[in-house]
Design a protein. Structure first.
Length: 115
């Protein structure tokens, strides 16, 4: 299993970013995918989930209404579109796969939102 996140960067408050997570090593379309984030000095927290077909999504209250998770099963990629970014969104963002109770993580992508 390999998960590779990209798309992070430095953005001003109110700006947007689109994160991507390229997956390999498993049958992508068979698994729920999730995004988590970890802010400096804080524990990693769940942000969003998407069903195998992409027809059902769930969001943490902290990102609901501002972020959209999506997936392209043909490209083995999950996305997180983030709008109206706030300084408190500054964190390392990780995509996550859980298989048989085991969690797989990418290396993360840094998102920094300046005020």
């Amino acid at each position: 299993v390999q998960l590779v996140e990209s798309g992070g960067g430095l953005v001003q408050s109110g700006g947007s970013l689109r994160l991507s997570c390229a997956a390999s090593g498993f049958t992508f379309s068979n698994y729920i995918m999730k995004w988590y984030r970890q802010a400096p000095g804080k524990e990693r927290e769940w942000a969003a989930s998407i069903s195998t077909a992409g027809d059902s999504t769930n969001y943490a209250d902290s990102v609901k209404g501002r972020c959209t998770i999506s997936r392209d099963n043909a490209k083995y990629t999950v996305y997180l579109q983030m709008n109206s970014l706030k300084p408190e969104d500054t964190a390392v963002y990780y995509c996550n796969l859980r298989v048989g109770g085991r969690d797989y993580w990418g290396q993360g992508t840094q998102v920094t939102v300046s005020s």
